[in-house]
Every structure is written in C-alpha cells, then in structure tokens.
Design a protein around this ligand. Sequence first.
Ligand code: OOG
Ligand code: NI
Length: 451
Amino acid sequence: MSQRGFVEQWQLRAAFARSLSDMYGTEVPAYTTLLEVSHEVNADVMAADADAAQRLGSIDRVTAERHGAIRLGTPAEMQQVARVFGAIGMHPVGFYDLREAATSAVPVVSTAFRPIEAEELARNPFRVFTSVITSSDRRFFSPDLQQRLQNFLGRREIFPPELLDLADRAEAERGLPSDEAQRFLELATAVFELSPEPVDRAWYDELEQVSAVAADIGGVGSTHINHLTPRVLDIDALYERMQARGITMIDDIQGPPRWEGPDVLLRQTSFRALAEPRTFRMPDGSITQDALRVRFGEVEARGIALTRAGRDIYDNAIVEAKRLGAERGITSAEGRQEVLRELWRRDFPSTEDGLAERGLAYFTHGVDGAGNPTRTPIVYEDFLPASAAGIFQSNLTSDGSKDTTQEATALDADWMAGALGRDLHDPFDLYAAQESASRAALDHRTARSSP
Ligand code: OOG
Ligand code: NI
C-alpha cells in the first residue's frame, strides 16, 4: 500500500507513460487512431478466447503497455536520461548496434530502459528504446564534422537541473511526495515535446547528407519522442484495419512470421513517417515554415522470450530468409512471410512443449490449485536489432552516406555502461534468473510439503 500523498516508483512510471501518451496524441493525431484500432483488435481477441489472449500478460497490462523511442546526442545526455528513468524504476537492458544492423546510414548505438523484475513489469511494463549518435565513427563523420557536432551538442541542455534533482530523490527514496511527483511528471514530459524553436536549416541539411537520423538528433537543440508503441494481440488484423482506415503502413511486419505455432520474440510494424510543420532559420536569417518527416507510429505484438539457443535459430532464420527471398526474386511482403513460415516450420517446434523440451524458450514453473505442475511462458520484454534497423530504414527519406573504407569506432556494451555510468543488464541473464527463481520457489514448496 502506498502511504498517503506518496507516489511510488511504479505509479510514477505508469503516470509518466500516460502523460507522454497524452502529449504525443496531441502532436501526432494518427497515433490516436492507432490506439483506437489497437483497442478494437484487443477487444476482439479477448472476446474470442480470453485465456489464450492473456497467456503472455493480463489484458490490463497489455492495454497500458507502451514502448517509446528517443534519440540523444552525447554520453552526458545518456547519463542524465538514465537518472530520469532510474527515478521511475527503469534500468538499461541490452546493447543494440544499429550501425551494423542497418544497410542505410543509421549512426547510433542503443539500449532499452525498462523494469527488470517480474512484479514491476506486471505493474507497468513501460520501456524506452534509447539511442545515442556515434559522432566518433569516421564512416559517418569527418573529424571536422565530428568537432562541430560535439560543440553543438555540448551547448544544449536537454534535462533541466530541477528535473535531475527530483529524479535523484525519487530514485533514492523509491518515489516522491505527490506535489514533487506532479512537478517531476510535468518536467519529464516537457523534455520530449517537439520544440517550436527554429531549426538552423544549413546545419540540419549538412547532417542530413550523412543521415536523416543524425539530423534528427544533432540538427536541433532539443529532443523529442520519436514514437510511442502500443501492444496488440493480433498485429496482422491491426495492419489490415489501419490500411482500411486510409493510413499508409510500411510494407512489412518485421520479425517472426504469422504461423500456427507459438509466437516468439517480437513482431512490429509502423505507419509511415508523417510530414510535420517545423520552423527553420535560413542562412540569411529569415524564418520560414517547412515540414519534416521523422516521426512515425509503430505497433507491436509480443511473444515468448527465447534462450540463446532459440535466439540463434531465430537470427539464422532471418538471415536465411533474406538470402532465399533474393534467390527466388521475391518482392512482396506476403512472399517474404511465406519464406519465413517455411523456415519456421522447418526450424521451430510447433508447440510450447517443444520449445521447453529443446531448451529454446524461457518459462516459469509452478503448481496450480490442485497441485499439478504448470509451466508459463516468459514474455519477451526487449527489442530486436534487425527489426529496429528495418523500422528506422523504412521511415528514412534517403539512405544517407557511409564511407565504408573507414574503420568503425568500436562501441560495445561496456562502452554503453560507461556512458550511462550504470550497470547494463543482459536480457538473457534476466530471463534465466526469473526462470530459476521460479524453480527454486517450487523446490522449496515441494520440500516443505513432502513428509
Ligand atoms: C528506434 C527504432 C527502434 C524498435 O521498436 O525496434 C525501435 C528509433 O526509431 O529511434 O523503436
Ligand atoms: Ni519502437
């Protein structure tokens, strides 16, 4: 029970997710359509079979579930955002190198902030995919451009000191008194609003030559939420209904195919980035109106978390599907789904039992009311680099440029942990710990109840 007038971390997290969602809905009206259609689809899936629909999380959790995506400029900004997320019980998990996963120029590396304990995820699973520009990577930025980019980024202040102070208090005290909680929510939401400040046209365009993502991050004096993604229980139905409402979707649903066996990992799709009015300062000092297309609307369906062995099968299947698709001259999204289904039928067991027996997925173990053993799949809480790259790319207006004769800067999970000044959790370790905790609790129970 929360003490009167004190807002606990999970309540702050849930309130922040709602506040961002309300703000983003006023900025991007198509997002509101996406939410409406998601609710319709989820209601239909629930009506058809409520138990099956809630196999991977209660409908309350799924309805409130969102992930955000943000893009930052420097290790210092990453460290600050980690304090803001730390305040609301979200911790950095996983390292994603989109420079390698993307074929067009996407000069970022990323992590995801999210709750890491099962109870916290059940209370509110809000997560944010957080990327930082790799300004030291010579394939994208010359020494001169790197210097100017770093100077520009070094001058901006994204997180006001008052917000960071409140964040540190909330993290230390595991929540905030309600007045301070309110202030924290206001300040934190404002950080991710689209700024009306004029954008320096020449600087933005120079960065856009390198990469639209670089311009979106380093071409402006603030940051903004790029997308906010609801979870649906039937992503194919959602895709069709969005198209029927006249909203243009990207060609594919990324990730695993729709098939008759268990859903694993994550399936995602998005509507195309929309033209949004922005103000520019031209080289002659005049102010003009134009539009930018950087923000899009994404939606996702979640499946069972795979072990490393399961993940290897997944990664190989995605690569092989690409190769087969090219070899067979396949050009349609449905054709690509067919190839994936063929590989899934070949490589993945068609039942949860099969996944468990072959050690390909994570489950918790328990007993039901009658003392019979039960096994419940653990839902995948993370992201997929190939899908993330696909989503980034399908929404870029140009490929940008990447000088592949240059050496890549080595940036890895350790670099990310150093930038954040915090431990970076490994997603596989978290799922494995959850599985073994459930086994330990079960052994304990069995030991107690045996004579
Ligand atoms: C992040 C793209 C990745 C996902 O769901 O995989 C992502 C971005 O566009 O900033 O959000
Ligand atoms: Ni996303």
